[in-house]
Design a protein around this ligand. Structure first.
Ligand code: SF4
Length: 71
């Protein structure tokens, strides 16, 4: 995604089973490779993790840049 990923937009590298297609590769963005997961971030389920991520994207998105949820 050469122009970056807008908040709420699905990453093109996210596979159907919710894995990163670039995991372990040098092409993976530094911001992704440097992210350290935590219990607060992941919760107890994929649904909790996605809710946390959605909230974070909404809180940090520049005004008017949040894409409609996809996938
Ligand atoms: S870790 Fe980064 S590159 Fe990989 S799927 Fe998630 S947002 Fe995309």
């Amino acid at each position: 995604m050469p122009r970056g990923k807008a908040a709420g937009q699905r990453c093109v590298q996210l596979t159907a089973d919710l894995r990163c297609a670039l995991f372990g590769l040098p092409e993976r963005p530094r911001c992704c490779a440097g992210l350290m997961p935590s219990t607060a971030m992941c919760g107890d389920s994929p649904a909790q993790a996605l809710a946390w991520l959605t909230q974070l994207e909404l809180l940090t998105a520049p005004s008017g840049t949040v894409a409609a949820p996809s996938g």
